[in-house]
Ligand binder design. Structure first.
Ligand SMILES: Nc1ncnc2c1ncn2[C@@H]1O[C@H](COP(=O)(O)OP(=O)(O)OP(=O)(O)O)[C@@H](O)[C@H]1O
Length: 584
């Protein structure tokens, strides 16, 4: 379905408001159409007949018509704007909830700034189409048709000459739209690219300054800005190049009406009042054509924008609940990877090349391997951030794809490599997944994550506000808040992806000790991407990854004895600290 038709269907929810706008519009058109007739009556029956009473009455009616026009104009624009706000509100919500549901693979492929532009600028284009252009065009068409009928009834010969302008102007406009549709789409895309640089710079301003790249970044932005302005200028040239043609046509028509109509008045077949009225109607023929002309580029722009908005709304959610998905409410702790192969969308090589292993209940599994060997990928497949390309991931014999996503993910506690905190208080952040958590539970989680003592030193304690990305906290403090946030959930499987990398060795060991205790009590299986020797030694089993293959598995001692690669990785990658808090 063409995107603008779809926008019109969405308008269906605001049917009554839209009908109010259309009713006002029809009344406005009637008030407009009646005014020249009042002129004609005032001139022919009043002025020409020296009848002051008719002049005064026609004058009074003209005032009434003017007031009515003001009122109906207000109703038309007010209701059209109200409906347009409603549609924009719905679209924003639709696109936002879609963005929340889209799989990781979609977000891997799409640029954040393009998504932002779609939610903001593109939706605004669609809104202004409904609020302004659409009602203008409907009004213009209704006016054109009704005035054309009146003109034909008044003087068909003169009317036919006048109306010849309509197909000519329509042809000019259609040609304009056909030529420039792509240009409007390009403007929105370039705006997205420009926003991408802005966004990267806002997020990475520290890196820019540290590497003294301000000048380079400025010129990168300026180049894109220049490209945008040059495309914008092309659209302006296209618009401005079209209107003079329509103006010229309209002026020629006025000359013809005055000339031909004047002759008929001299003949006596047309009265002066009728010529004045006819001439006044000309304005109502030319004005709609110009309005359609003005609205045409905005409509082309809105069509391009609506297409971009619906592209996101219609994007396929690759990872979703299967029909008859079951709840994941019990975990026995037997996690099986069955000849798992996985390739990231768009990537040419497999990140996992036939990985098979099975965990025992309550096992703590450490995953070790060189950078890029596939450690995080293994972990991504358990909560179904991605689905396997072939093979299967099973929990207690059941394929993870059979569980409902919400139940699966809410039973898996993950602490990610990169810490993202949200704006709000420390308490809000720890209770992110469990908003009604009691303060004592929040404090208990914070104590396990070894952040409680620090929070206590802050003047506002747990009510301390932190910036959108936790600015004001150190990397290690952020990481510990993220650990507390995960610990507060109802997880049964715990996954720690390099989660204490920014914490000093001693605190990391203390956190690890508390976590070990929790893992014993609360989880059925735990996975840790190993960065420290203490983690590796604590693990019940170590999975050794190399270039997407699981090359060895066993305990620290077993692997030391059998795998030269294991020794080499320990040597080169793992932090060889033995702090006091280490348990085993
Ligand atoms: N979103 C993605 N899209 C495409 N390829 C990816 C993506 N994420 C990872 N890869 C690729 O998959 C391979 C495995 O990556 P993975 O993140 O699992 O490695 P890792 O062992 O966790 O590395 P590190 O220790 O550096 O975190 C790498 O070659 C990487 O380039």
């Amino acid at each position: 379905m063409p995107p603008l038709n779809r926008v019109l269907r969405q308008l269906g929810r605001y049917r009554r408001i839209a009908l109010g706008a259309i009713a006002s519009l029809l009344l406005l058109t009637a008030a407009n159409a009646i005014t020249p007739q009042l002129f004609r009556w005032g001139i022919d029956q009043g002025i020409a007949q020296n009848d002051l009473r008719v002049v005064l009455i026609s004058g009074a009616w003209m005032v009434a018509a003017a007031i009515a026009r003001g009122l109906f104009n207000f109703g038309q624009t007010f209701w059209a704007e109200t409906a347009s706000q409603g549609v924009a509100y719905d679209l924003r919500n639709q696109i936002f909830s879609k963005i929340e549901n889209l799989s990781f693979s979609y977000h891997d492929r799409s640029q954040t700034s393009q998504l932002l532009t779609r939610v903001t600028s593109d939706i605004e284009q669609v809104r202004s189409f409904i609020g302004t252009s659409l009602i203008q065009v409907i009004g213009a068409v209704v006016t054109l048709v009704s005035i054309a009928i009146i003109l034909l009834l008044m003087n068909w010969q003169l009317a036919l000459i006048t109306l010849a302008i309509v197909p000519l102007a329509a042809w000019v406009l259609i040609r304009f739209l056909q030529r420039n549709g792509d240009l409007f789409r390009l403007v929105q895309e370039q705006l997205g690219d420009l926003n991408a640089v802005l966004q990267e710079n806002l997020i990475g301003i520290r890196v820019v300054k540290a590497f003294v790249r301000e000048e380079t970044e400025r010129s990168r932005y300026t180049t894109l800005n220049e490209e945008l302005i040059s495309t914008n200028m092309k659209t302006i040239r296209a618009i401005r190049g079209t209107f003079p043609i329509i103006f010229l046509l309209s002026n020629l028509i006025t000359v013809v009406v005055v000339g031909f109509g004047g002759l008929q008045v001299i003949d006596g077949s047309f009265s002066i009042g009728e010529l004045v009225a006819f001439n006044s109607y000309l304005l109502f023929i030319l004005q709609p054509i110009l309005l359609i002309g003005f609205a045409a580029p905005a409509i082309a722009q809105a069509a391009a924008s609506a297409e971009r908005v619906y592209e996101v709304v219609d994007a396929e959610v690759e990872i979703r609940d299967r029909l008859g998905a079951v709840n994941f409410d019990h975990c026995g702790g037997r996690m099986t990877f069955e000849n798992v192969r996985f390739r990231y969308p768009g990537s040419t090589t497999e990140a996992l090349k036939g990985v098979s292993f099975e965990t025992q209940p309550k096992e703590l599994i450490a995953i070790l391997g060189m950078t890029g060997s596939g450690k995080s990928t293994i972990i991504n497949l358990i909560p179904r951030f991605y689905d396997v390309s072939s093979g299967a991931v099973r929990i207690d014999g059941r394929d993870v794809r059979e569980f409902s996503l919400a139940s699966l993910r809410s039973r898996i506690g993950i602490v990610f490599q990169d810490t993202t905190l949200f704006s709000g208080t420390i308490r809000d952040n720890i209770a992110y997944a469990k908003q009604n958590a009691a303060l004592q539970d929040i404090i208990a989680a914070a104590k396990t994550a070894h952040i409680h003592d620090f929070v206590e030193t802050l003047p506002d304690g747990y009510d301390t506000l932190i910036g959108e990305r936790g600015v004001g906290l150190s990397g290690g403090q952020k990481q510990r808040i993220a650990i507390a946030r995960t610990l507060l959930t109802d997880y049964r499987i715990l996954i720690l992806d390099d989660s204490t990398s920014a914490v000093d060795a001693q605190t990391a060991a203390q956190i690890q000790a508390s976590l070990d205790d929790l893992m014993q009590r609360k989880t059925c299986t735990s996975f840790v991407i190993a960065q420290r020797i203490s983690t590796v030694k604590n693990a019940d089993r170590i999975l050794l990854m190399d270039q997407g293959h699981l090359v060895a598995q066993g305990s620290h001692e077993q692997l030391l004895a059998t795998s030269p690669l294991y020794g080499a990785i320990l040597e080169s990658q793992v932090k060889q600290t033995h702090p006091a808090g280490e348990r085993r």
